[in-house]
Design a binder for this molecule. Structure first.
Ligand SMILES: Cc1cc2nc3c(=O)[nH]c(=O)nc-3n(C[C@H](O)[C@H](O)[C@H](O)COP(=O)(O)OP(=O)(O)OC[C@H]3O[C@@H](n4cnc5c(N)ncnc54)[C@H](O)[C@@H]3O)c2cc1C
Length: 645
């Protein structure tokens, strides 16, 4: 069905590819744009920016989200910052350096062409957001300020205290509102997409369910864009908003879209440790804190119970500074997370259960004063205080790695189009730019690059050949998909079981964390592949499985969530299969069988310098998904053992 997997990277020198591509892409004339209807699923930074920009260009956009307002998309949670190669600090940054850091940070598992384009447009994003009035932090003299994030030796992260996502989203939301008021964008809040409709093999519509009334509806369009975020919540506990899920991308996968690198998940080193079995959410302490905070554990196990301020300097192990002297506390996330796990596994962890390491600001406070630290990170210290009751100005924070971001997603080509014509995927929902490990502050950059500056050029390339091809919602394909959606909702309600949704989801999450989390091995993955179908069977078992009270005809959050957990229960299997097949370590995918003598990830470039893209064939072993590969070609960078020493 798919043939060769072609990323459609334009030919020519790296720095020319995007300009040349734009110069030769097809256009839709201004008078014709209003004849096209675009379905945008998602209104976070990726979907919101794309909807606003396409509306401004004159297309008609229907934008869907499950929150009550686009302003509540998960993007609002982003704290630390957004990268751009402005080189305002005059510290040697450049487009090339941002490109290189991103490719290396992703452990050489992303496409050069995409990543170079991302670095190139990063500077436009900052200009755009400043024009919108986003209140980025500034130096005394008025220039925009920068701070450092992991995996870089320059300061290129633009920020608005610890609320960068919120401020960027407000800027984006203003632009979206302008288009809503102009009538180019129609907003459908609290409306969940439950399936995509293909007509003659092209994405031409979706089926939605109103989360207020339960009404199931059809929406036809000339193209469908998924901007539906990441799937970290498959682990149950993560730093993601509770609503984040895989449903939109997974249902598209079941309609033929390839799912790329699903096992590439990012575990963030700087989160508040879990405090109990019934916790439903983990909280990030932004990576920006590692600009000034120093990470350490006691050198001796016996000291772990002592109050930290009573442990003298000589008895502390600043293990990141020791192991990675060049990058120190700003080692990339995958590396810093594994290092934390290692010291905790050695019995040197601190806090309840020994699952924590210290992030200490004492030196920075001595050097810069408490006020400066408060100005930089005040709201983060406040969050920490509210959750733990501890004052991090006085005692070190305790942190531990937690699931945070998913590099995997639907496979897209250079035009951000999946293998299903007309189905485009942007932001965290696609797999495109971060390889096996995303660098901090690069997700906001990618989401806004996709939405403001890439999709508005590449979508017309598809639309130009689609004039007059939008089907009616009476097309038989809509009948068929709507019937399936209704049947699924009914089936969930008919289970009428005994187990709570959370207990099943928590069990799935614990299994994944254990077998497909920070470290994986073939035996563990096989074990998980055996247990996931059993858990799924239990979920669906009539009279015994999941208990979903209420009906499908009104507001029913249990039903909403049950549909998402049902998808996680299938998707988890794909993740483990992907992790098993990728018989190497790279970035966040750490296969214990493949490590260097120092315990770092050991890649196998000869066999695995490829994207894994899975094609749905039906559930169960008899029809396991089919693997397609896209080879990654490196023309500019040399593949090396990644080193931050
Ligand atoms: C705590 C935290 C802090 C972070 N801090 C940073 C940072 O400082 N810098 C950085 O670069 N990155 C950061 N990230 C990552 C970054 O925030 C996300 O990757 C990014 O915001 C994702 O944007 P998005 O638009 O792709 O998706 P989202 O913001 O998740 O938006 C998804 C949208 O899709 C909609 N949706 C989903 N499914 C459906 C469906 N089935 N039907 C209808 N609508 C649907 C939702 O309603 C929502 O509107 C952070 C992440 C977390 C968890």
């Amino acid at each position: 069905m798919i043939g060769t997997l072609d990323g459609k990277i334009p030919l020519g020198p790296l720095a020319e590819k995007w300009r040349t591509h734009r110069d030769h892409s097809r256009l839709v004339s201004p008078n014709n744009r209003r004849k096209f209807e675009i379905i945008m699923v998602g209104s976070g930074l990726a979907g919101g920016s794309a909807a606003a920009t396409l509306g401004e260009l004159g297309y008609r956009v229907k934008c869907f989200c499950y929150q009550d307002s686009p302003r509540r998309a998960h993007s609002i949670a982003a704290q630390g910052g957004i990268n751009a190669a402005k080189n305002y600090q005059n510290d040697g940054d450049s487009v090339y350096r941002l490109f290189y850091d991103t490719i290396k940070g992703g452990d050489f598992r992303s496409r050069e062409g995409n990543v170079y384009r991302l670095a190139e447009v990063s500077n436009l994003i900052i200009d755009q957001c400043v024009e919108q009035g986003v209140p980025f932090a500034r130096e005394y003299g008025g220039l925009l300020a920068n701070r450092s994030f992991g995996g870089a030796q320059v300061s290129r992260t633009f920020y608005a205290r610890g609320q960068t996502g919120q401020q960027l989203l407000l800027g984006c939301y203003q632009s979206l509102c302008r288009q809503i008021s102009a009538g180019t964008v129609q907003m459908f809040p609290q409306t969940e997409m439950l399936d995509v409709v293909l007509v003659d093999g092209q994405a031409k519509g979706i089926i939605t369910r109103s989360l207020i009334s339960g009404k199931i509806e059809r929406q036809a369009g000339d193209a469908v864009v998924l901007a539906t975020g990441g799937y970290g919540n498959v682990f149950f506990l993560s730093t993601n908003a509770r609503g984040c899920n895989v449903t939109a991308t997974y249902r598209a996968y079941k309609k033929g879209a390839l799912f790329a690198n699903p096992c590439f998940t990012q575990i963030h080193p700087t989160c508040i440790p879990q405090s109990g079995d019934y916790q439903s959410k983990l909280t990030l302490m932004s990576e920006s804190l590692r600009n000034d905070g120093r990470v350490w554990v006691p050198k001796r196990k016996e000291d772990c119970q002592k109050p930290p301020n009573e442990i003298p300097e000589s008895d502390r192990d600043y293990y990141l500074e020791r192991k990675y002297p060049s990058y120190g506390n700003l080692a990339p996330r995958d590396i810093a997370s594994r290092a934390a796990k290692e010291v905790c596994d050695e019995g040197r962890g601190v806090g309840p259960g020994g699952r924590g390491v210290y992030l200490d600001f004492a030196d920075a406070i001595k050097r810069l004063g408490e006020n400066t630290i408060r100005e930089r990170y005040g709201n983060l210290f406040e969050i920490y205080h509210k959750i733990t009751g501890e004052d991090a100005y006085k005692v070190p924070m305790r942190i531990y790695p937690a699931v945070h971001y998913t590099m995997g997603g639907l496979w897209v080509d250079y035009n951000l189009m999946s293998n299903v014509p007309g189905l485009h995927v942007i932001g965290e929902a696609n797999f495109s730019d971060h390889g096996a490990n995303r660098l901090g502050a690069s997700a906001l950059m990618q989401g806004l690059a996709d939405g403001y500056f890439i999709l508005p050029y590449t979508l017309p390339n598809y639309l130009a050949g689609q004039m007059g091809k939008r089907p009616s919602i009476d097309h038989p394909e809509f009948d068929k998909v709507e019937t399936d959606v209704r049947a699924r909702v009914k089936k969930i309600l008919e289970v009428d079981g005994k187990r709570s949704l959370d207990s099943i989801h928590r069990e799935l999450g614990a299994l994944l964390w254990d077998k497909c989390g920070m470290a994986r091995n073939a035996n563990g993955l096989r074990e998980a592949l055996g247990k996931i179908p059993e858990l799924r069977e239990e979920f669906w078992s009539r009279g015994h499985g999941v208990r979903v009270p209420g009906t499908g005809e009104d507001f029913n959050q249990a039903l909403e969530r049950a549909g998402r957990v049902a998808d996680f229960l299938e998707f988890a299997e794909l993740m483990c299969l992907d992790a098993l097949e990728r018989d190497e370590s790279c970035g966040g995918h750490f296969r214990e069988e493949h490590q260097t003598p120092e315990g770092e990830a050991l890649r196998d470039d000869e066999n695995f310098a490829t994207v894994f893209a899975w094609e749905y064939q039906g559930n169960g072993q008899s029809a396991s998904p089919k693997l397609h590969r896209e080879s990654l070609h490196f023309e500019t960078v040399h593949l090396t053992q990644r080193s931050y020493k």
